[in-house]
Design a protein around this ligand. Structure first.
Ligand code: 6R9
Length: 635
């Protein structure tokens, strides 16, 4: 019996039970039967969850890119691997076959090696959603360089912080990027970032927009001439199962972003297995995930998961609203997309437009539609189900995180009956538990608690780059011996999970994970600001928006509040990026603080939501009188 694909509910329970009773045998078989290895493992898994030490497929040797490309060539060489749909619908879409992808990745890998990049070196990739982004990522993995993709919407100082943290030797960027009717000058942003980053010796620049750029002598080179001189043949690096594959930064509840480190074999097995099951993938399907490769969703389900299965994956450069609100649906119709995977925030923003935008297009090719990134509210779920899935293509509401590497809790289409707003059941191999405040595991159904995972899974992040202690403290110490997700969840009467949202200081705005601490740090650097506290509040389109409570310094008090608000938002934009801007700003004379000096965010959250009914226990507050003032002046 193969465990690679679940085809019925009965089989799901069979596989699930096997994966709990004998996790080693379960993953051993999946890894053994579905990948190409230079050498198999001595042991499936070794772990100490107290110390946050986890290793999978010990001593196995493998190259993930050989599994993504080379092994498909004999059978699927002329099959399309990547469909590139440009920002401008008038520009022709590109179809890149597996043979062509091999050539392009091999050339790029040779360029990187020629430029002195070696196994273990970190390469920062700051590119728009163009084929070169995929090719750069795969080329790094092919030669064992650790890619650190930084989303091309981040500002210079955010890019600099990420480059410095992992000491990247090289940056791969482009002159600019197209996004809707805007052009973003990426090279300019890199130039500014690199003023502070001494580790970067080289910058390779892709030409995309034709924007004028500065090329710094001895550091910057156009990529194309280097590729023209490279040969289309490359011997992949032999990687150990636990060799690092990539670093991807995610927001933390303290100032510094966390460089989540993923390793090779476990990530490969997890992303391939989940892709196959959650999207009911069959040969000749056309898979489209609308995320950016700069986020984990793009890593796992635009690139690795689909390519590991020999699938055709769509890379879309644009945005859902350009040139009009029909773009997503046109692209589905144009390329006959069979699986469509997007975020609730996109669904909500399109649902508020006339549904005729959807109905103008033929969506009958769709088999499965997915949601990821934040809880999907009931209304959006139904709109998606009615207008996009036409009550025929099931919705997979997939819960997972940058840290988990791949999907953890989700329906399997045509297997798990869906329920609006529920991510439903854990995948085989995944052991979620709910914990109460006393750190006990909550048994039974119809319960709520903090969501933890109690047994390791192959795709989990292994550490935070350069800071294992922080990794251990953030994820493995709240509930000792268990991985703590930071999310709250409920388990209904049949054991289905519904994720209720973050229980820590992370707010998810339009599907982007934003730590409130780095935003506060940025605001506090403004010369007129003394202190600030940021909380999320529900927003119709974005899921959550940010509300800032700000205390001014004396020097700021006489100033025009609208101007100040604008300046503060500009400040946030340049420090973090426009996604972190505040929707509401309230200037206050104080913040509710506990005697130990902690801001009581739970109260600010309630005020931001407009819920003044019950502030709970305020006895530990040093200044309870401030609550009335803040409440009365809410914006
Ligand atoms: C893949 C990704 C992770 C956080 C996670 C949770 C939220 C993701 C969700 C969901 C409810 C879903 N989240 N999927 N909440 N239902 N289907 O988004 O990774 O950017 O690291 O965010 O997103 O709060 O903890 P990442």
């Amino acid at each position: 019996m193969s465990y690679y694909q679940v085809k019925s509910l009965e089989q799901y329970f069979k596989h699930y039970n096997k994966s709990i009773r004998e996790p080693r045998k379960f993953w051993d078989k999946i890894a053994d039967e579905n990948f190409t290895w230079y050498q198999k493992w001595d042991k499936v898994v070794e772990f100490d969850m107290q110390e946050a030490d986890v290793k999978w497929f010990l001593n196995a040797k493998v190259n993930i890119v050989k599994n993504c490309i080379d092994r498909h060539l004999a059978k699927r060489g002329e099959k399309t691997a990547i469909i590139f749909e440009p920002n401008d619908p008038k520009e022709e879409a590109l179809h890149i076959t597996y043979n062509e992808l091999y050539d392009r990745v091999a050339k790029m890998a040779n360029v990187l090696r020629d430029q002195g990049i070696k196994k273990g070196d970190r390469v920062c990739i700051y590119l728009p959603m163009i084929p070169e982004l995929a090719i750069a990522v795969l080329a790094c993995a092919r030669i064992g360089a650790i890619h650190s993709v930084v989303f091309a919407g981040f500002s210079a100082s955010a890019v600099a912080a990420r480059i410095m943290d992992s000491q990247c030797k090289m940056v791969i960027t482009s002159d600019g990027g197209f996004r809707g009717n805007k052009t973003i000058d990426l090279k300019c942003i890199v130039d500014e970032a690199l003023e502070k980053c001494l580790s970067v010796k080289q910058v390779l620049v892709v030409k995309r927009t034709g924007t004028q750029v500065n090329m710094k002598e001895g550091r910057d080179q156009w990529l194309q001439p280097l590729l023209d001189d490279a040969v289309a043949n490359n011997v992949a690096e032999i990687m150990d199962a636990e060799d690092p594959l990539f670093i991807l930064y995610t927001s933390g509840s303290t100032g510094k972003p966390k460089g989540m480190l993923h390793t090779t074999a476990g990530y490969m097995v997890h992303t391939a297995y989940t892709f196959k099951n959650i999207f009911a993938y069959e040969e000749n399907d056309i898979f489209w995930c609308t995320a950016d490769i700069g986020w984990i969703t793009g890593h796992s389900y635009i690139l690795y998961g689909p390519l590991l299965n020999g699938a055709t994956t769509v890379i879309f450069e644009g945005v859902p609203s350009y040139p009009d609100f029909g773009r997503f649906w046109e692209v589905i119709d144009k390329h006959k997309v069979t699986q469509f995977y997007t975020a609730p925030t996109a669904i909500r923003s399109l649902a508020k437009e006339n549904w005729e935008w959807v109905d103008k297009n033929d969506l009958s090719s769709l088999k499965v539609i997915g949601s990821v990134g934040e809880p999907i509210n009931e209304e959006a779920w139904h709109w998606y189900n009615d207008h996009v899935g036409k009550k025929r293509a099931p919705i997979v509401d997939t819960w997972w995180q940058t840290e988990t590497g791949g999907i953890m809790i989700s329906p399997i289409p045509f297997v798990t009956p869906t329920k609006p707003t529920y991510a439903t059941l854990p995948l085989p191999g995944i052991q979620p538990v709910l914990m109460d405040e006393k750190r006990n595991e909550i048994e039974g159904n119809q319960v709520v608690g903090s969501l933890c995972i109690k047994f390791p899974w192959p795709g989990m992040a292994r550490t935070i780059w350069g800071d294992h202690q922080r990794f251990k403290e953030t994820y493995f110490s709240t509930f000792p011996g268990k991985y703590f997700t930071g999310d709250g969840a409920l388990r209904d009467e049949v054991g289905y999970y519904r994720i209720t949202g973050r229980v820590d200081d992370v707010v998810i705005v339009s599907g982007h994970n934003l730590g409130t601490a780095p935003i506060e740090d940025a605001i506090n650097e403004h010369p007129a600001v003394a202190e600030s506290a940021i909380v999320g509040y529900p927003h119709d389109i974005k899921g959550n928006a940010l509300y800032g409570f700000i205390i001014l310094k004396e020097t700021g008090e006489g100033r025009d509040r609208d101007n100040l608000s604008r300046e503060i938002n500009e400040h946030i934009s340049s420090h973090i990026g426009p996604i972190a801007k505040l929707d509401k700003i309230q200037f206050v004379s104080g913040l509710p603080k506990t005697r130990s000096g902690k801001i009581m965010r739970r109260i600010l959250r309630k005020i931001a939501e407009g819920d003044f009914s019950n502030f709970g226990d305020t006895s530990t507050l040093l200044n309870p009188e401030i609550i009335d003032e803040i409440k009365d002046e809410r914006v």
